[in-house]
Design a protein around this ligand. Structure first.
Ligand code: 13P
Length: 254
């Protein structure tokens, strides 16, 4: 039995029209009905949030956003604020995803402002961190994770930490089919928990959920979830099909 309630989260990235989303939920919700002891979170595109909330109301599935800007409103063309996410019905936001960092050039300072703003506005933030293959090969994994985490958490204090989770997603394992090894995952998660303890203290580190992301599938999720410091999964490709994501949600049965 896990000490912390696991989170099984789907990051749909730039996938699914509203019609495709409706189809997904009509198959997925019956598959996870009655599943307990975990949180199920799905992050559709911004334009899908309201409809996803409507489709999942009364179920245990919670809806998340994939990103946000830290300001409440203003002249920021193309951006979405925490107030908008809340009013659309989502309670969680993914921040600092590697695609935000590497495709859209987001840096640690910007991400730290987003994390603080999310928490201040009552959103649960999933802060994503992870090294590239080059960084791993050069022995810089600890340094990179330490920096992304340290900066990402730098504006939080006290109770703020209750409002966040961390997702360790090695960039080289995202969408590649190449999952990090069990040893690599446990080592990184252990490092993340120790680093959180340094920044926020032991009690925070003990309760914070650390998710793994990177080619999680129904066939490997059980083994990953059994690791002591893994408290959930953040899933891209394998979350797009109802049966596949339901298999991940019900990870013990695999
Ligand atoms: P994949 O599961 O497709 O590797 O994506 C992981 C991810 O980026 C989740 O945020």
């Amino acid at each position: 039995m896990k000490k912390r309630i696991p989170i099984l989260a789907a990051n749909w990235k730039m996938h699914k029209t509203i019609e495709e989303m409706r189809e997904f939920f009509s198959s997925f919700l019956p598959l996870v009905e009655g599943v307990s002891g975990r949180q199920i979170v799905i992050a559709p595109s911004f334009v899908g949030i309201m409809e996803a909330c409507r489709l999942t109301s009364g179920s245990q599935v919670k809806i998340a956003a994939q990103n946000m800007y830290f300001e409440e409103q203003g002249a920021f063309t193309g951006e979405i604020s925490p107030l908008m996410i809340r009013s659309a019905g989502a309670g969680t936001v993914i921040l600092g995803h590697s695609e935000r960092r590497h495709v859209f050039g987001e840096g640690d300072e910007l991400i730290s402002k987003k994390v603080k703003s999310a928490v201040d506005h009552g959103l649960h933030a999933i802060l994503c961190i992870g090294e590239t293959l080059e960084e791993r090969n050069q022995g810089q994994t600890g340094e990179v994770l330490g920096r992304q985490l340290g900066k990402g958490l730098s504006k939080l204090n006290g109770d703020d930490f209750v409002g966040i989770s961390i997702a360790y997603e090695p960039v080289w394992a995202i969408g590649t089919g190449q999952t990090a090894s069990i040893e690599q995952i446990q080592k990184a998660h252990d490092f993340v928990r120790l680093t959180v303890a340094e920044h926020a203290g032991e009690p925070v580190a003990e309760q914070i959920r650390i998710l793994y992301g990177g080619s999680v599938k129904p066939g490997n999720v059980k083994q990953i979830m059994e690791l002591e410091d893994v408290d959930g999964a953040l899933v891209g490709g394998a979350s797009l099909e109802p049966e596949s994501f339901a298999g991940i949600v019900k990870f013990e049965e695999n």
